[in-house]
Design a protein around this ligand. Structure first.
Ligand code: SF4
Length: 318
């Protein structure tokens, strides 16, 4: 690990200002992904700005009838919150499907959104990786790609976003609140937070330099049946091959987001009109234009079967 300077911020504004005053800084909360990346020297920040004292650890009712989740709320606490469990059940389920108990105790809401891909070549400095080293190539294309993406990918990168929580938040139409070093704030739809790789896979979000996530807001409860189905190689502590986050209403409408298939939580609102026609029609629309590799082409069928299982479960529960 490279030497770094450790700073502690006492407020979100101070954290963003500190970040702008020094070169090469990163915010740290739980550190469950960043510290691993630093040990491997994939991330080499000169300054670590600890944001754990910034007071962003509350879950509060919003004026719009939803919830405002502080950026530092730990994944365990978010999953256990009574309002989350009652009104946003798929979010609690997605959180509990992710990582391990120890990691969920440390991992923060903002850090979960900003965690980096688990593509094995990204973590191996001996391999070509456009995300780690722009212009170096992509060892995953033509390599071991079973876990990697099938839609939204590019000739430069086929990595997936690893979060379960973010998939549920996409289905719930969450928004991301931020603060910039000049003190200004903004709200970003979660659909617009993560970028597709295109020719610049090292640019993963639309956050500006030193812009800090302060909260995630959820709209008023959507009602309906909430399900999160994650398919993986083993039953715990594994990333999704495919996941489905669903809010399904009795009239056949609903929100559907997919995980494990794309560089960001994958949702196409226009595809949701195909819900009443069943899983095959929905899959055809959600995955139109998919470009799987020979190793992960099975994910197309897996998406259809997982959607079918979720739709059947929702009907049984309705
Ligand atoms: Fe790197 Fe993306 Fe290729 Fe993986 S898929 S090796 S993260 S460029």
């Amino acid at each position: 690990m490279r030497p770094f300077t450790y700073l502690r911020a006492q407020s979100p504004a101070e954290a963003a200002t500190l970040a702008a005053q020094v070169s090469g800084s990163r915010f740290i909360a739980g550190g469950t992904n960043l510290l691993d990346l630093m040990k491997l020297e994939i991330e080499t920040p000169a300054y670590l700005i600890d944001v754990n004292d910034t007071g962003l650890d509350r879950i509060e009712a919003s004026q719009e009838g939803g919830l405002r989740i502080g950026a530092l709320v730990r994944n365990t606490d978010l999953a256990a919150n009574p309002r989350i469990r009652k009104h946003y059940g798929l979010l609690a389920r997605a959180l509990l499907a992710g990582a391990s108990g120890q990691l969920r105790n440390m991992a923060s809401t903002a850090g979960n959104l900003l965690q980096r891909t688990r593509c094995p070549y990204f973590y191996d400095p001996n391999q070509a990786c456009n995300k780690r080293q722009p212009g170096s190539g992509c060892a995953a294309i033509g390599g071991v790609s079973r876990q990697l993406g099938i839609i939204g990918v590019s000739d430069a990168c086929i990595a997936t976003h690893p979060s379960d929580m973010a998939v549920a938040m996409r289905a719930l139409d969450a928004r991301i609140e931020t603060i910039k070093p000049d003190g200004s704030t903004r709200s970003i739809a979660i659909a617009d937070l993560h970028r597709l790789p295109g020719t610049t896979p090292h640019l993963e979000t639309t956050l500006m330099a030193n812009e800090m996530i302060t909260a995630v807001t959820l709209p008023a409860p959507l009602g309906g049946t909430h399900l999160y189905q994650k398919v993986r190689d083993r039953s715990s502590y594994a990333f999704a091959l495919v996941s489905v986050a669903a809010v399904l209403q009795k009239d056949g409408s609903g929100h559907i987001a997919l995980g494990g298939v794309a560089p960001k939580p994958w949702r196409l609102e226009s595809a949701e009109s195909a819900l009443p026609q069943g899983a095959r029609a929905l899959t055809e629309q959600l995955l139109a234009g998919a470009t799987p590799t020979h190793e992960n082409a099975f994910k197309v069928t897996l998406v259809e079967r997982t959607l079918a299982a979720v739709i059947a479960q929702a009907r049984a529960q309705a």
